[in-house]
Each structure stands twice: as structure tokens, then as C-alpha cells.
Design a protein around this ligand. Structure first.
Ligand code: OAD
Length: 234
């Protein structure tokens, strides 16, 4: 089966009711990204950061995967699909996708403040159970959300780059491609690979040269993508 590699961002979950970050109604228009999503912000005020992520964790219980997540799961019938996502929600998994690599962490998990990437410290944390000051990780440090903060390494980047290098078809859905190092993954796509971008926004041509831009939302765009994939096979 052909390797279909997908890179997703907040836009794929927008029609499920989760805010993106940089659109006019996005989270980083309402909140200060450096206070809430950086390691420096966490060190300055842990309570504030825990409160922000606890709210996002409980909100995740109120939303469901949309048609775009569902189509990606269905494509596993015809392709070897690997999803690399910048999203910290679990909507790809809930839709049934079985190969999902999270670059920026997962809201369904918690970890240690001292050794956030130590697998022994990463635990499942029910979304309705807030992470409180005083909750401890396995190494005795304060429990924190399993989120890659700005200012921290992205441990899954080299694995993600290897996956992109294997792509027979590459699709980007719902990301502004402004966050590094995630955006550098596009450089790893083998030459000549058919590439598609589904996003209602506009992009600098140098960033997505050679991509066919399906300029609409994820839900509408996925059916158009299915048609394009059918054409590639015939
Ligand atoms: P952004 O908010 O930067 O970009 C969202 C993208 O989704 C934009 O390109 C929009 O045009 C597009 N979009 C909006 N509605 C859409 C829809 N219905 N269907 C499809 N696309 C739509 O979000 P990301 O690129 O995901 O990191 O942001 C990357 C990272 O920055 C996030 O993972 C997060 C954030 O800070 C961390 O917190 C570490």
C-alpha cells in the first residue's frame, strides 16, 4: 500500500468546535502565548498554566471528531496512513486513526515538571480530572500537562522527519505553518511526491511550492481530496 503522510494543525479540529491559535478568534488573540505556553511562563506561574490547560482538557470532553478526522481514519482501508499532528487533542484517535504521532504533546496525558520526556513519568490523566498544584509525578516533581512548551525540544521531530521522507503522497491540513520546527517537515518530502494543502487561508508561495492548494475548510476539503486521490490511482 502507498504511504499517505498527513500533517495536521488546529484547523482540522476547528469544525469540531476547538479554537485555532492565530485566526482572528484564535486562542493567542485572547491569551498571551508566552505566559501560557512557554516553559518560562510555566516556571513563572504554574497555577495559571495549569488552569489554562485544565480548561482545555475539560473542554475536549465536550467536542467530537468531525468528517475530516473520520475520512482520514477511513483512508486506512486503502493506504498506509500516518498522521503527524501538531494538535494536542485526541480527535484523530477517537475517529479511529491508528498511526498518530503528536509533535506538541497530548491533553489526555500528564508528566513530570523535572523530566517531561521520561516515558516512566508520562501517565494517562482522565480529562475530567484537573491537574492540581501538589499532584506529583513518578519522580516526585510537580505533575504538569504533557505539552511541549515553547522553549522546549520537540522530541518526536526526528521520527516525524523520517516518516515524511517515506511519503508517496503528502497532505497538509489546517496549519498556518508558522511554528518551528514543525514547519520544517515540508523540506523532507521526497522530490516529485504529490502534495496537497487543505486550508482556507493564504500562504507564501515559497512555503508550499508544488502543493495543490484546496482552499477551503477541512470538512469540505476532505471530499475533494478523496476525489484527487482517486484520480491519482486511476
Ligand atoms: P494556527 O492557529 O497557527 O493555524 C490554524 C490554521 O487553520 C490556519 O492556517 C487557518 O487558515 C486554518 N483553518 C481555520 N479554520 C479551518 C478549517 N475549518 N479547516 C481547515 N483549516 C482551517 O494553528 P497551528 O498551525 O496548528 O503549539 O499552530 C501550530 C502550533 O502553534 C500549535 O500546535 C500550538 C500553537 O501555539 C503549541 O502550543 C506548542
Amino acid at each position: 500500500m502507498q504511504q499517505l503522510v498527513i500533517l495536521t494543525g488546529a484547523g482540522i479540529s476547528a469544525e469540531s468546535g476547538l479554537s485555532t491559535f492565530r485566526d482572528t478568534d484564535g486562542l493567542w488573540q485572547q491569551y498571551d502565548v508566552m505566559e501560557l505556553a512557554s516553559i518560562q511562563g510555566y516556571r513563572r506561574n504554574r497555577e495559571r498554566v495549569l488552569e489554562f490547560y485544565n480548561a482545555r482538557r475539560s473542554n475536549l470532553l465536550t467536542v467530537r471528531p468531525n468528517h475530516a478526522h473520520e475520512v482520514l481514519a477511513e483512508l486506512e482501508r486503502d493506504y498506509q496512513v500516518t498522521i503527524i499532528t501538531q494538535n494536542v487533542d485526541d480527535l484523530h484517535e477517537r475517529a479511529g486513526s491508528t498511526h498518530v504521532l503528536h509533535l506538541h504533546g497530548e491533553l489526555t496525558k500528564a508528566t513530570s515538571s523535572m523530566n517531561p520526556n521520561d516515558p516512566k513519568c508520562v501517565v494517562d490523566r482522565p480529562l475530567d480530572q484537573a491537574i492540581a498544584i501538589g499532584d506529583k509525578a513518578a519522580d516526585g516533581s510537580q505533575l504538569r500537562p504533557f505539552i511541549v512548551f515553547f522553549g522546549e525540544n520537540v522530541p518526536n521531530m526526528s521520527l516525524a522527519a523520517q516518516i515524511v521522507q517515506q511519503a508517496d503522497i503528502f497532505v497538509v491540513i489546517g496549519t498556518s505553518l508558522v511554528v518551528y520546527p514543525a514547519a520544517t517537515l515540508l523540506r523532507h518530502v521526497p522530490k516529485g511526491t504529490p502534495c496537497f494543502l487543505i486550508d482556507p487561508g493564504t500562504f507564501d508561495d515559497t512555503m508550499v511550492r508544488g502543493f495543490e492548494h484546496i482552499q477551503t475548510t477541512a470538512v469540505a476539503g476532505m471530499d475533494l481530496l478523496k476525489e484527487k486521490l482517486r484520480q491519482l490511482r486511476s
